[in-house]
Design a protein around this ligand. Structure first.
Ligand code: SF4
Length: 511
């Protein structure tokens, strides 16, 4: 049987897909290069944007055709799925499975294959109540929910009455047994730790032989008003230190050069009373071998001076901090439930630059959040100019059903959002170019990621793309020159930077 995994969304989802592949390979499934040749298509879903959900539903007719030509063909959907979307997907896919239960996938498929039409197993009855989309830790957003009158009083009462229970996207009938028809069940179930521990211990099939994503935690307790992650991934859960160190030690032994630690908010890493994220970084830094450590993502309300000093002191930690600003206006930040001010963010970036030499700082910004006035937008432009980001991932706001902000009036027109995006892109282009020009003439370490007949490509410690011309250096191309090759894919090289533009650097091998 051949499988094909289609991944949407962030690095966390890509890391999840490596674990899905690990589970399937262990069950003797083989990877298919093309979707059309697969007997099993697994969609690893991102719910952050409503458009992605609609696109998946809209494209489904393709799988209907595959089913006609291949009677064994099955479809599975997993990843970040809201309870309300799960109802929709139950009707379309053969199997909807919680990512935390993914190690059960082969067993669930076996049951699915033994039925004539397993599709009906899920389509006849829903395990979820369409209207109940409440956060798993209600306290931080109860006020917002009241303010925006987004949820019924009934739900608020349930949440406030019993804070030990959470809303789960997985029905209790599914949690107990997977070989029976899901029944209408209680919407509130106790948080389960076992599933996530099983998930963490899966051996992944890494996509790359150079860079490995290593999840250190999952879930989020922050409840930003526009975000579905706490609803789809649940509360924060940290992975045990030993497991992380074992995985990284093995990766480094197998030649991996770049370890990217993943979590929705790595600053909250707390697997036990003794370990926090700075301590974890120090332990990883002590793993023998020549490799770089990166991490994603940090929340500005939690990032500490201790963490920044640790990054500065640990040789293997790279000089790149991604810190999501989202808005430079305090009122908008409050509506977003971000729990920091623009002033605090600015102070953090100054502290980071003071401690980490040659650091690059990247961020995410949402423009056109409900009610964002021109003046509030100007506050974002102002902070962007002041911080001089190396890269900004700009998102035009669009409401996501099930979140608190979806109940607010999305009153900034798409045209205006586009104009604001263009303004920010112009600022970014200027600051990124200025930052990159600082590299010209310097010789720096670059991790070579790939080569073609014309160039080698790699990344700096500060997460800059570097294009290395080989026209003057025929020794970069296998078979062309008898000279000893000076750059190898998967190795570090000393590269002299010769040119810079806003989006990257160009260089040559240091002789
Ligand atoms: S910190 Fe906010 S934006 Fe990030 S995952 Fe958590 S809720 Fe979503």
């Amino acid at each position: 049987m051949k499988y094909f995994i289609k991944t949407y969304g962030c690095q966390m989802n890509h890391s999840d897909s490596e674990r899905i592949a690990g589970v399937l390979e262990l069950a003797n499934y083989k990877k298919s290069v093309e979707e059309i040749d697969a007997d099993l298509v697994v969609i690893n879903m991102c719910s952050v944007r409503e458009a992605a959900v609609n696109r998946i539903s809209g494209n489904f007719h393709k799988y209907k055709k595959y089913k006609i030509s291949n009677s064994n063909f099955k479809t599975v959907i997993t990843g970040c799925i809201l309870p309300t979307d799960k109802n929709k997907f139950d009707k379309l896919f053969d199997l909807v499975i919680d990512i935390k239960e993914i190690e059960q996938l082969p067993e669930r498929l076996k049951n699915c294959h033994s039925k004539k039409d397993c599709h009906s197993e899920f389509s006849s009855e829903s395990s979820f109540d369409n209207d109940l989309t409440v956060p798993m830790s209600p306290e931080p957003v109860i006020d917002e929910m009241k303010k925006y009158k987004g949820q019924s009083q009934k739900i608020l009462n349930q949440v406030q009455d019993d804070k030990n229970y959470c809303y789960s996207e997985c029905s209790d009938s599914e949690m107990k047994s997977h070989d029976t028809m899901p029944k209408k069940s209680k919407s509130f179930v106790k948080t389960q730790d076992n599933d996530i521990n099983d998930y963490f211990s899966i051996n992944p099939q890494y996509e790359s032989k150079i860079t490995a994503y290593v999840p250190i935690m999952t879930g989020c307790n922050n409840f930003c008003s526009y975000c579905v992650v706490p609803y789809t991934r649940g509360r924060e859960k940290s992975r045990p230190v030993d497991e992380i160190l074992d995985e990284i030690t093995n990766l480094v032994k197998n030649g991996y050069k770049e370890i990217i630690l993943l979590g929705q908010n790595v600053n909250s890493y707390k697997p036990d009373g003794n370990t926090d994220f700075p301590k974890l970084l120090r332990l990883i830094n002590n793993v023998p071998g020549d490799f770089w450590i990166r991490f994603l993502t940090s929340h500005p309300k939690d990032i500490s001076e201790e963490l920044i000093k640790t990054v500065a002191q640990c040789k293997k930690c790279t000089e790149h901090i991604h810190l999501a600003l989202q808005s430079g206006d305090d009122e908008i930040l409050e509506k977003m439930n971000r729990k920091y001010s623009a002033k605090h963010f600015l102070a953090l970036t100054k502290m980071i630059r003071k401690n980490i030499l040659n650091v690059s700082i990247t961020t995410d910004i949402i423009i056109g959040f409900p009610g964002e006035t021109e003046k509030q937008f100007q506050n974002t432009s102002k902070i962007m100019k002041e911080v001089k980001f190396d890269m900004v991932y700009i998102n035009k706001y669009s409401p996501r059903t099930g979140t608190v902000s979806a109940k607010m009036n999305d009153d900034v027109s798409w045209k205006e959002k586009k104009r604001r995006e263009d303004v920010l892109n112009t600022i970014l282009e200027k600051t990124a170019l200025e930052n990159n020009q600082e590299y010209i003439g310097k010789t720096i370490d670059v991790l070579i990621e790939k080569k073609d007949k014309s160039y080698a490509y790699g990344k700096t410690r500060s997460f800059k793309n570097v294009k290395i011309s080989y026209s003057c250096y025929p020794d970069l191309v296998e078979g062309i020159s008898k000279r000893k090759k000076t750059v190898k894919v998967g190795k570090f090289s000393k590269i002299k930077i010769t040119q810079a533009n806003a989006w990257g650097l160009e260089g040559k091998v240091k002789k």
